[in-house]
Ligand binder design. Sequence first.
Ligand code: PLP
Length: 365
Amino acid sequence: MRECGLSEDEVFASLEVRKAEDLAHSSILSSMCTLPHPVAVRAHGLFMETNLGDPGLFPGTAAIERQLIATLGELYHHPGAAGYASSGGTESNIQALRIAKARRPTDRPNVVIPASSHFSFEKACGMLGIAIRTAPLDRDLRVDLDSVQGLIDDQTIGIIGVVGTTEYGMVDPIPDLAVLATEHDLFFHVDAAFGGLVVPFLPDPIPFDFSLQGVSSIAVDPHKMGMSTIPAGCLLVRDQALLDLLNVDTPYLSVKQEYTLGGTRPGAPVAGALAVLEHLGREGFRALVAGCMENTRRLIEGLEALGVERAATPDVNVATFRTSQAPPGWRVSFTRRGDLRCVLMPHVTAEIVERFLVDAEKFYA
Ligand code: PLP
């Protein structure tokens, strides 16, 4: 650390040099995050100093967090859902498994997760001493129900379903998994970190939420398709009592117990998340999602016309292809199976897709 500080101009000059090293969003087709909506940026700026870890000091910001959870609870057909704003899908998934473990103490807990699950479950299970039982996928890359059923035993504390898998954009058969969970009295966590703000706005939404009796909790990330500033995740649970299983005493704060994983928690992205939901409304989100889905269709059709076969027909805006090569200059990613993967986020406009296809034509010809 310097003995004498720099001037503000000097500090910002060096920060801007670093910022210029970051990639432009116009070439990023690999990310599930996107450029934040301008109303999220404005709201974020207004709440920079707020700390939801000590909500008694920031009752207005705490009310915004409650409104965010209530808005999502209503979207997910359970206005009474409890929950809180997390740092993202990883934290929400960790917390869901903490609840599952607290709800059913066993000697050798295990959890059944789809092979398509996000790697955050590996972190969560490692931390919590939970064995992972991985259920294979069917031909359409959705979790195979019989396999899930076959992996459940008397040490199973929960099962997981994914709404919008990270790699292929598929939605697992959540209604069937919910029935299984009810039959076995299991905690059923739905990881909708990506698809939770896509699927409700599709013309024919696939059922995945609290309207299904067996669904215990849902992870959804406003910092993905919610166009919030980062970090903004949410964990919603069917009953407050489930969250309360995680309570620890916090004697020196303005509230005397907390169930969150983080202590100090930023209010700014939470205000950003709510601002976008309020500003766009269902109508705005339907339009946003329709645009992303249209771009996904166009990319799949365009690359298939060039002889590059799709790897899956996705439920949400993730397009994958059976090729290990991509046109230079574009930031794409590759799945564990080696397929080319593009995420058609809101910053990936129709014009960007067309430019990608022009480069693809030269590259794959
Ligand atoms: N779950 C799913 C389905 C995801 O796609 C991701 C990230 O892409 C996560 C969880 C983890 O989210 P985060 O990186 O915000 O912790």
